[in-house]
Ligand binder design. Structure first.
Ligand code: SAH
Length: 395
């Protein structure tokens, strides 16, 4: 019989409501001797079955719940859930071959991320429970999707909280090429699954990147719009634009890759520049020099990693949004994001409003944005929503 975790009477509600995390503070008693990573039953103070999940005593989140039914968690269960997640995504022809197939807790598979890049899969194991089962999961994925190879990118610091080290390498099949190319709508993306950010690229911004070029393409002056792409990474927000693009990022390495991607897409060289700079400084300088852009994209890294960092992060967001408003030509646009889970959508909008007010400009929200649709948010797991964005028309 599985070990049993008895939950404190006043902490049952979220579990019954299918929130996937059981924190150590909610646990009254452990009955039995599970090994770390084992499947355990979660029961009420009266001994009633509530849920079942995998256990890790090293983590603050001691159990990640997999099911709320009294069903066996075996290879068949994993295969069924993985197939459900994959089947829920748009067909390859529509997605262009690069998409998130499994979005961890949000696909009811806590700790597991799987992305597809053409014939290759990239797997990220965020927890001990997944780390222990990753070979089995790789085999299931291989049977289901017949990829050429499955590469592991478990080099994320949340693993330390689980008592794990960072790991990368081939999990199954062949070594991926240096760059994997995938065609997405009219453009070709080149992804470095070994060194690229996240599992290779920011798939969560894909829908917003394509939205921006569609949106701008209806502007009669599309071909002459000057786009300033700040925190550009490999330039995804500018790649489908037909006017001029200035990509700014602090990392030389990512800009090198960006340059290669633009060249391979046949983007006219005189129309694009790649600038290695700190965005905070670059924007101040642009304000001083009175240079203007028609569209500014602001997609910074996570400024707030927890609730304690919210105030400082808010000042950072305010600073860059304020200076961005100052450099936008009348009638232009700001596309601004925050990927900090600790900053709510409401707070983010307030910060952007404060920046607008200080800039003396007028602005209106024309789109409310979030992460791409292949990064769904489970309604039972509000933590799954982290990316929020606003497309603002600026007068
Ligand atoms: N917009 C990108 C993703 C941006 S991720 C896309 O759609 O693909 C954030 C990027 O900001 C990273 O590439 C990182 O190198 C860069 N970065 C982090 N801090 C920075 C800073 N202070 N100035 C400039 N770039 C920075």
């Amino acid at each position: 019989m599985s070990a049993r975790i008895v939950i404190k009477a006043d902490r049952e509600k979220p579990i019954i409501n299918q929130h996937p995390w059981v924190f150590s503070g909610a646990i009254d008693e452990l009955k039995g001797r599970p090994a770390p990573g084992d499947i355990v039953d979660v029961v009420s103070s009266k001994g009633k079955f509530l849920a079942r999940g995998y256990w890790n005593p090293k983590s603050q989140i001691q159990v990640r719940l997999l099911t709320w039914h009294d069903e066996v968690i075996d290879g068949e269960w994993w295969a069924k859930m993985i197939a459900r997640s994959v089947a829920s995504r748009r067909p390859l022809a529509v997605s262009g071959g690069a998409q998130r197939l499994i979005n961890a807790e949000n696909d009811y598979l806590p700790g597991l991320i799987v992305d597809r890049y053409g014939d290759w899969l990239v797997l990220q194991a965020l927890t001990l429970g997944i780390d222990q089962r990753k070979q089995e999961i790789a085999t299931i994925l291989a049977d289901l999707l017949q990829p050429k190879g499955i590469f592991e990118r478990s080099d994320v610091d949340v693993r330390f909280k689980e008592g794990l080290q960072e790991v990368t390498g081939v999990l199954w099949g062949e070594e991926p090429p240096e760059l994997i190319s995938v065609a997405v709508e009219k453009r070709i993306e080149f992804i470095d699954v070994r060194k690229g950010h996240k599992t290779g690229t920011y798939l969560d911004q894909r829908d917003n990147q394509l939205m921006l070029s569609d949106f701008l393409s209806t502007d009669p002056k599309w071909e002459s719009l000057r786009l300033l792409n700040l925190f550009s990474y490999t330039g995804g927000f500018g790649l489908s634009h037909v006017g001029t693009v200035t990509n700014v990022d602090a990392s030389f390495e990512v800009l090198e890759l960006a340059e290669k991607i633009y060249a391979l897409n046949g983007f006219p060289e005189p129309n694009v520049e790649f600038i290695q700079a700190d965005v905070f400084e670059y924007l101040r300088d642009t304000v001083d020099r009175k240079i203007q852009y028609d569209v500014v994209v602001l997609d910074p890294p996570k400024f707030a990693h927890n609730a304690q960092q919210v105030d400082k992060a808010a000042r950072g967001y305010k600073d860059i949004n304020l200076n961005a408003f100052k450099v936008i030509a009348p009638g232009g646009y700001l596309l601004t994001f925050s990927c900090s889970g600790a900053i709510t959508r409401d707070l983010f909008q307030k910060i952007v409003f404060g920046a607008l007010a200080d800039s003396g400009r007028q602005g209106q929200v024309v789109r409310y944005l979030s992460q791409a649709e292949d990064h769904p948010v489970a309604l039972t797991f509000p933590e799954g929503e982290y990316l929020k964005g606003l497309l603002v028309r600026v007068f």
